[in-house]
Write a protein that binds this ligand. Structure first.
Ligand SMILES: *Cc1c(COP(=O)(O)O)cnc(C)c1O
Length: 375
């Protein structure tokens, strides 16, 4: 058996639900309802109910979930949308696709997530919304952020693409803001066998508008009437069946992720590395286990030598990416400094105890050998 530790394992996850999916797909192939239909509606209902909201709308991917939400809210040219500088590029990309301008805000040095203070500092007279990203699967401080958004008179949208099943004081990620946007890309905590996404919301009018926009702006219950310029971003029935099968396992998988994260947190308690902190009130889903690590390149080299795969999420902050530099109008020191320190450790539900032990021990030895501390 291999001594190393892979970064993640989509294969192990597929194995757990393979039989159920084979059966469901066989039935679908007989019915030929490939787009829309019962499979999609059943998943939408199950996902809405899991998130604790009345509405879920399946779409083509997570980027479209964000883009269609902005479009459905009428946010576009002339508007600004606050986005944390530390996020996956799609959070900012969706804003530009909608015709609005992202305004990057810095993040907390402890959680690496948007804070209410940074939100307030980024508000201008043109601000229409904020996209709060629960990056790595950990929840941002939702009570204070929602208060700050309300005070500023702007809409709060959750980018929960990494946070399936995470919760904030008992409320699920995606269910707190005006809308919650999910990606079901294969490697996410709940992943399809291809691209897929969803928007969840308690706002029925918003859900109906996104349903129309994902389907060419079609008038409801009509075939050839179009009330909006929309797009094609429907959820495939084949993917909906995969997601329905996987949803039965999601809580078990999340618990496994949380217990691996707890082991990492404990192992690095005495420094000099530390796992990114959780807000009190957050029950994180640990899509990623991110540590702040001194002398990262050397530590990473030693982990690799032991067969331990790591990644960096994300080495270049959004506002430093060429097409987004023109939106970087204020200093973002925390996002910039931590981009050089973050290291994503192996994290997947089927990870064995001995694999977690190997990561912890190798990390501790590597840190002791370099002798550096976090700057
Ligand atoms: C994955 C991801 C997205 C985009 O999802 P896609 O399905 O790849 O379009 C958006 N935001 C965050 C934070 C993500 O991790």
């Amino acid at each position: 058996m291999s001594q190393g530790v892979p970064f993640t394992s989509v294969t192990a996850t597929t194995r757990e639900i393979r039989t159920a999916v084979d059966r469901a797909w066989a039935d679908l192939l007989n019915s030929s309802r490939f787009v829309g239909g019962d499979a999609v509606e059943e998943f939408e209902q199950a996902w809405a109910s899991y998130c604790g909201v009345p509405e879920a709308v399946g779409v083509g991917n997570g980027t479209d979930a964000l883009f269609l939400t902005l479009m459905a809210l009428g946010i576009g040219a002339g508007d600004e949308v606050i986005v944390p500088a530390n996020t996956f590029i799609a959070s900012a990309e969706a804003v530009v696709l909608a015709g609005a301008a992202p305004r990057f805000a810095d993040v907390s040095p402890d959680t690496l997530l948007l804070t209410p203070e940074q939100l307030q500092a980024a508000v201008t007279p043109r601000t229409a919304a904020v996209i709060v990203v629960h990056l790595y699967g950990q929840m941002a401080a939702m009570d204070a952020l929602q208060r700050a958004a309300d005070q500023a008179g702007i809409v709060l949208i959750e980018d929960a693409a990494q946070a399936h099943g995470a919760s904030w004081r008992g409320r699920r990620a995606g269910s707190i803001g005006r809308a919650g946007c999910f990606s079901f890309y294969p490697a996410k905590n709940l992943g399809a066998f291809g691209d897929a996404g969803a928007v969840v919301t308690a706002d029925t009018a918003l859900a109906d508008r996104i349903r129309s926009l994902r389907d060419h702006g079609r008038t409801r219950f009509s075939r050839y009437q179009h009330e909006f310029v929309g797009t094609n971003s429907r959820l495939d029935a084949l993917q909906a069946l995969v997601l329905t099968a996987k949803l039965t396992r999601l809580d078990t998988w999340t618990k496994a992720r949380q217990s691996i994260a707890a082991r990492y947190r404990e192992a690095f308690e005495d420094g000099p590395a530390r796992l990114v902190a959780e807000e009190p009130g957050s029950r994180g889903a640990y899509h990623l286990a991110v540590a702040l690590v001194p002398d990262r390149a050397e530590v990473r080299r030693q982990l690799a030598a032991a067969g331990i795969e790591t990644q960096i999420h994300y080495p270049v902050p959004c506002h430093r990416q060429a097409p987004y530099r023109r939106f970087a109008v204020c200093p973002l020191p925390v996002a910039e400094r931590t981009a050089g320190q973050i290291l994503s450790l192996p994290m997947f539900p089927q990870m064995a105890g001995r694999q977690a032990t190997l990561v912890c021990e190798t990390m501790r030895n590597a840190l002791a050998a370099t002798g550096s501390r976090l700057g």
